[in-house]
Design a protein around this ligand. Structure first.
Ligand code: ADP
Ligand code: ZN
Ligand code: ZN
Length: 747
């Protein structure tokens, strides 16, 4: 047992981002362990601060006479396991953040909640005697006592809540029977459940499906190499409905047979009642779930159950990665291309990469699944770093829908300036007549306002960066990558048309338009505004599933979740919207969105139709999405990334400089970028910027950005470390510089 503890203080500041050594007081000599949360006196005033012990040693770092003592353990504190501490170091190093921010990330549940205690009344006499007593009480007109003894005669053990509630028996009555030695009160502590409270008859175990030959082959290959001790990353590339989830479940059941546990990541938005139900039907109480709707007590209990091995499967979004399983066998990431797997706060980690690290540390395998794999994963598969399994056909019947691409430029030429093309309007009418359902999809980022010509489709682009310019409120067109600016144009530079405008159309306008054009149609709308309540998301979807509406209008939210067998038409109103965001991933995202939205049509025996409206029918993302042709999309996209040195062909850090003062922000970002240019001139990093960020100011904080590209990730880590030191030396306020490796979106 050491005498000194290295403690990371719970203050997010570069200056204190190192371990501080403390004396372990005698009272804690026996109990203190690495990873525990402690209270420590800190700074000049010796204010008590929270911190985490990351090492215990016998060797003092400095004069013991000057060393302070740990004050106490944090009550209800959660201990960080040693492997989680090394994971935190890894994250700090790879993504750039303070150690305390990394520790807090690997410890999503920070306080232990007290367990729920249930009381039970237990009969202390034989059933015969209990009945006898009951009759005696009845004769004395002590009806409550009589009833309780009668119940206890048949049940022997009753929950106290049932007795005081349903049976209307007062606590004083219970007390007096307890005093008479007829019953005893037992306490039982139990964990809170994370499953829905009201579970209907569907929440029963169901027989598993018999896997198709393709599904079976995937399961066998993964398991055979697992049994040989091979730990790998696998990518299942299969359209929605091709049976990926069924494969995951089969893998999990074999993991359970081997005594291993599994973490299943699902994007929060797809983590619906239905998903959970499906895992429950197969695995019952072995499943638990993490999501943002759980109370702190419920969250804490799920992690406790995981630690104790009382569950085998944890389903959840990103943070479920940090479930403290002791026998982890596998991590599964469904819809691995989803942007929500990237953290937006420091450390800005990607769940896929952290999962890979966890798998290495815990000797587990990683399974990724997607209908539209990320460029990252497919690139790795092409380089034989991960193993690819295609799943081609839909299993529950239903063919791929027929796709029609409508050129909106032609519509305008023909005098149609409505947001609905002629073709789409005709199809909508047809579905209303046939009493089938339709979904209309519009991009949430529609408001981002790229400027395009309605006549020829020309998009205003930065001459230096190959990204679209954004219209700012002051009327300037700005490049968010290099800061290039130009005044707003009134005429299309290509065709001279005056219909060159920033694109603005939201779900609400579409809903109103539908009501005007199809007065009898029942329309539901789903977007950020209509889903602010906890349950509204589920409610809207189940209303639609119950056919209480004919048309569902929504943002990307509607492309996930429920199956709607009656949906035979999907309209994508402006497929270009995500195409021209000032973002190198915009083509990839457009392809994903169209493919997924299209996958919503024709999920049953009724044939499906998809109408894609666009100003760029010839754009490769749209052409390949319309053909459901991932392979060719990938080839074109990856060559663009290679030419432009964008991930995954190369790597990139976004360096975001936050400042209260506008000029300081500009000066600091320039100083930092210049420092990198000079110091690393030999490594030839490719630096873009600095410029004002896309959103130049948030809550009065100015945002400046620059990007550094290099083919080697490790080189970027060196540069990041050097920048951290530079910031420390300059004594800049540390929180003001944020790093984002291989960013998922533009700043
Ligand atoms: P994905 O996860 O790829 O979207 P799912 O696993 O959800 O696919 O499967 C889609 C549908 O096909 C589900 O209704 C599922 O029950 C059904 N299904 C999957 N595998 C089989 C199988 N082997 N036999 C019969 N039905 C299957
Ligand atoms: Zn530019
Ligand atoms: Zn034009």
């Amino acid at each position: 047992m050491g005498r000194f503890a290295d403690v990371i203080v719970d203050i997010s500041h570069e200056k204190v981002d190192r371990p501080f050594q403390y004396i372990i007081p005698v009272s804690l000599q026996e109990s203190l362990e690495i990873g525990m949360a402690v209270n420590i006196p800190f700074g000049m005033g010796n204010t008590l601060r929270k911190g985490y012990v990351i090492d215990i040693t016998d060797i003092p770092n400095f004069d013991v006479n000057k060393m302070k003592e740990i004050h106490s353990l944090v009550e209800q504190g959660v201990t960080v396991k040693e492997d989680a501490i090394s994971l935190a170091w890894w994250m700090k190093e790879n993504y750039g953040s303070t150690m305390i921010a990394a520790l807090k990330t690997v410890l999503p549940v920070k306080t232990k909640s007290k367990p729920v205690v249930k009381k039970f009344l237990c009969c202390q006499v034989s059933p015969e005697l209990a009945l006898e007593k009951s009759e005696e009480f009845l004769k004395k007109h002590q009806n409550a006592k009589a009833r309780l003894m009668q119940e206890l005669a048949t049940q022997q053990r009753l929950p106290q809540l049932l007795v005081t509630g349903k049976l209307h028996i007062a606590s004083s009555t219970i007390k007096s029977l307890e005093n008479a030695g007829l019953l005893s009160i037992e306490e039982e502590s139990s964990y809170r459940s994370a499953l829905p409270k009201n579970r209907d008859e569907r929440w029963q175990q169901q027989k598993k499906k018999i896997l198709s030959t393709n599904q079976q082959r995937i399961v066998e290959e993964i398991l055979q190499s697992y049994e040989k001790g091979i730990r790998e990353t696998y990518l299942i590339h299969g359209i929605t409905g091709s049976g990926k989830t069924e494969v995951y479940m089969e893998l999990i059941s074999h993991m359970i047979e081997m005594g291993k546990q599994t973490i299943v990541l699902i994007p929060e938005i797809a983590l619906t009642y239905q998903t959970l139900l499906r895992f429950y039907q197969r695995f019952g109480d072995k499943v638990s779930v993490m999501n943002s709707k759980l109370s702190p007590g419920e969250r804490s209990d799920q992690f406790e159950k995981a630690k104790k091995g009382e569950i085998d499967i944890m389903i959840g979004p990103r943070s479920a990665l940090f479930t403290p399983f002791t026998k982890l066998g596998m991590i599964i990431i469904d819809e691995e291309h989803e942007a929500s797997y990237k953290s937006e706060t420091m450390p800005k980690y990607h769940a896929r990469e952290v999962a890979k690290k966890i798998c290495e540390m815990k000797n587990a395998s990683l399974v990724l699944g997607s209908a539209t794999p990320s460029l990252e994963s497919y690139y790795a598969a092409k380089e034989n770093k991960i193993k690819l399994f295609p799943l081609k056909e839909r299993l529950a019947g239903g063919n791929l829908p027929h796709v029609q691409v409508v050129d909106l430029r032609e519509e305008l030429k023909n005098g149609n300036r409505s947001i609905f093309s002629k073709a789409l309007r005709a199809q909508l009418e047809d579905r209303l007549q046939k009493k089938q359902q339709s979904m209309l999809f519009i991009n949430r980022r529609g408001y981002a306002g790229f400027v395009s010509c309605r006549a020829c489709g020309h998009v205003m682009k930065c001459p230096h960066c190959d990204v679209s310019l954004s219209e700012h409120r002051n009327g300037q067109l700005v490049c968010h990558y290099c800061g290039f600016e130009m005044p707003k144009v009134t005429k299309c530079p290509k065709c001279g048309s005056k219909y060159i405008l920033g694109f603005r159309a939201g779900t609400q306008q579409i809903e109103e338009l539908l009501q005007k054009e199809f007065p009898t149609a029942r329309v539901l709308r789903m977007d950020a505004d209509t889903t602010q309540n906890k349950n509204s998301y589920e409610e809207i979807l189940s209303k639609f599933a119950n056919e209480e509406a004919d048309i569902l209008v929504g943002t990307q939210m509607i492309v996930k979740g429920h199956d709607f067998p009656k949906v035979t038409l999907v309209g994508i109103l402006a497929a270009d919207m995500s195409l021209h965001l000032a973002d190198y991933r915009s083509a990839e995202r457009t392809f994903q969105l169209i493919t997924q939205a299209a996958g919503r049509a024709g999920r049953s025996s009724l044939p499906g139709e998809v109408v894609i409206q666009t100003y760029n029918p010839e754009h490769y993302a749209i052409v390949h999405a319309a053909n459901q042709d991932y392979e060719n999309f990938y080839e074109e996209e990856i060559s663009y990334r290679e030419v432009m040195m964008y991930p995954p062909a190369a790597h990139m850090i976004a360096v975001l400089i936050l400042s209260q003062d506008e000029l300081t922000g500009v000066a600091h970002s320039k100083e930092l970028a210049d420092y990198v240019k000079q110091t690393f001139a030999e490594d030839r990093p490719y630096i873009i910027g600095p410029s004002a960020a896309n959103v130049g100011k948030i809550s009065d904080v100015y945002r400046n950005i620059f990007y550094i590209k290099h083919t080697k990730y490790a080189k970027l880590i060196n540069i990041k470390n050097a920048m951290e030191n530079f910031i420390k030396e300059k004594e800049w306020n540390a929180d003001t510089v944020q790093f984002d490796f291989d960013p998922m979106s533009a700043y």
